[in-house]
Design a protein around this ligand. Sequence first.
Ligand code: XMP
Length: 518
Amino acid sequence: MTQHQRLLIIDFGSQVTQLIARRLRELNVYCEIHPFNNVTPAFLTEFAPMAVILSGGPASVIDEGSPRPPAEVFDMGVPVLGICYGQQVMMHMLGGVVERGTGTAEFGRAYVTPDDKTLSLLEGWFKDDREQVWMSHGDHVSQIAPGFQVFGTSPNAPFAITADPSRRFYAVQFHPEVHHTPNGAALYANFVREAGFTGDWTMGAYREQAIAAIRAQVGDGKVICALSGGVDSSVAAVLIHEAIGEQLTCVYVDHGLMRENESEEVVSMFREHYNLPLIHADESELFLGKLDGQSDPETKRKIIGGLFIDVFERKAKEIGGADFLAQGTLYPDVIESVSFSGGPSVTIKSHHNVGGLPEKMGMQLVEPLRELFKDEVRALGRELGLPDSFIGRHPFPGPGLAIRCPGEITREKLDILRKADAVYIDQIRKHGLYDEIWQAFVAILPVRTVGVMGDGRTYDFACALRAVTSVDGMTADYYPFSHEFLGETATRIINEVRGINRVTYDITSKPPGTIEWE
Ligand code: XMP
């Protein structure tokens, strides 16, 4: 466990719990999210948080069996902040009354006015005598718990902000973590200051700690790492290399589904610039051969995932085996989400990673990024000296261009796709839009359309441009390019890329679409 000052977020299943962690990490406070049912009194003692936050959630405290934190949370002498459901559960457990909403539900924007401005939690608030907040609740507190006092009110929440300052218990009905509570970050800053956090969670400190932890875990064992050229695996590899040097071997598997010049750039950067021991496995014949004639998205994904494991295993044997497998797993992949339905979620896509390998090969995992969010990984990458142009790269999926080529994959289509993608990304960079966009790419469509160029008829492929904004890839909006940009880009692609005579722009958000086409 980290040696930093720690804050515990007890999760009751709100859609926005991860945002609480984001806000805190931005304040250089280390926090972890744990589902309420895993937080036992013994866990609390071991975790020893300096403060606790009770998240929102979909349940009603009035319902039998609805989730609770252990009562010990309130006996630890540390500050506690309850948000939405967290506020209601706090009131209920400490002697207040919560009532079921009857027509006074409040969803969306609301304004809170102050009853008393002296509360330390509210420093910097109410400059205009009101604050915009984001509400989302059906039930409401009708009587606050003994010792609590009201500090802020909204039209439908007479107890929008309450606190017992002597015990440092704070309860808010709204969500300070979301964008629509513009001054929410100040509330968190005040809360962690009150709890005594000094902001010791910095990437410089993390780097030192992670290196020591990797050395302790690995000893003189051998580590192997699948380097994809993506930010996560690259940062993990450079960090591990710094910790254990030549005990690490990286394998870059080129499946023939990479973008233009990608393999050369990745291999030269890591081998020449970073001096990382790197095996470049050019397996494009193998992958493209097995994909020949396949058009079903899941079949394609499974073929690629399976072959990847075979190749990796073969390469590991060639270097005499390894004791550990390094992976760039991030914190959002680790957080156990609370499921009230209890059922398994539907598989939308079989994501490609090196899962399955550790058991098969008897390896242990080294995952030095398990505690980090994506933007923290980028900050760590900068700390390790990776160039900004590399750190800011858009994500690229494991199955590569295969999932941007709906229908059968042919070398001809891949060549056309690579060229079109390069023109599109060049356009985005020239217009200074690259960093505003989460991910942008071209998909080549499995249809040919008729066109006219010069005096001749053409019968070529159509392609779709995709560009989205997103925070974490879970939801996304299409990027609102100007018509001028789209027109100029379409003209360039059709003029510069032989084989494409029609360009469309994909304006689907996620949901209902997904970011990739397959
Ligand atoms: P979707 O298409 O599911 O993608 O909306 C969400 C994000 O995940 C990336 N993606 C993948 N990344 N292996 C990966 O490493 C995969 O199999 C995979 N499939 C999708 C996608 O590019 C987007 O950033």
